[in-house]
Design a protein around this ligand. Structure first.
Ligand code: F6R
Length: 241
């Protein structure tokens, strides 16, 4: 694990974007794994800036997102599809057929999970995966549990995650109860992983995930075993390391 600490969030976001930019420059048809939430926003803005400056070409890039809510249409304001479209896909030249998120409206959710996993494999696997972390150590929607989930699967959101995500909805009641998420196995098979964490509220989980025992009770702790994982922290998140 390579751990870098940044003084400000702008520099942290730009550093994460630089890793993705380098990946695209090295391999223009890269398969990238993306996340939603607050953490990647500066990175996506920096990638969009690089594209606007003519420094990056997304025309051959393929992307897979970590997760999507079950029962939510792509067009819904809070869908992860809409998040990605608004913050990145609409701002760069990635063809619409090249980006994919799990389909939360699929009639057969288990089949959708299997097809999503197969599509990642058919694309050659993920070259570089962006990750944020939840306060309970989740990555994607892989919440603390008895064993690391291997493949893309359907998950029930924990009360903590529903609480954390209710800020995007009118009330906690409107937060979807289930999601489709890449598994820990899917994430670990990515050839490279970039984990970005900021804020004092994540200092404790940062220390547990990066320096504590590897356990499915702290799903992100498995990244200690990833052969090519880069962690970008701000000083507040690094405080308990
Ligand atoms: C989002 C995702 C989640 C978030 C995590 C942190 O696609 O998979 O694991 O990365 O919940 O969320 P933020 O960045 O909002 O603190």
């Amino acid at each position: 694990m390579k751990i870098h600490v940044y003084r400000d969030l702008e520099a942290q976001g730009k550093a994460a974007a630089a890793l993705f930019a380098a990946q695209i420059l090295k391999k223009p048809d890269s398969v990238l794994g993306f996340a939603t939430g607050s953490t990647p926003l500066r990175t996506y803005a920096a990638l969009a800036d690089l594209y606007a400056q003519g420094a990056l070409d997304f025309s051959r890039v393929h992307t897979f997102n970590l997760d999507e809510y079950v029962g939510m249409a792509r067009e819904h304001e809070q869908s992860y599809f809409n998040f990605m479209y608004t913050n990145l896909f609409s701002k760069v030249n990635i063809p619409a057929e090249n980006y994919r998120l799990p389909n939360g409206l699929a009639a057969d959710i288990d089949r959708e999970c299997a097809e999503y996993e197969a599509a990642i494999e058919a694309a050659g696997g993920i070259d570089l995966q962006f990750l944020g972390i939840g306060h309970d150590g989740h990555i994607g929607f892989n919440e603390p549990c008895g064993e690391f989930p291997k493949a893309t699967h359907c998950v029930a959101l924990t009360p903590m995650t529903i609480e954390a995500n209710k800020r995007f909805f009118a009330s906690a009641d409107e937060v979807p109860r289930r999601a489709i998420s890449m598994g820990i196995g899917t994430i670990m098979r990515a050839r490279g992983v970039v984990l970005v964490i900021y804020g004092a509220d994540k200092a404790e989980i940062t220390a547990r995930a990066l320096k504590g025992p590897v356990t499915p009770q702290v799903p992100a702790s498995i990244l200690q075993y990833h052969p090519n994982c880069t962690v970008l922290l701000d000083e507040a998140a690094a405080a308990e390391l």
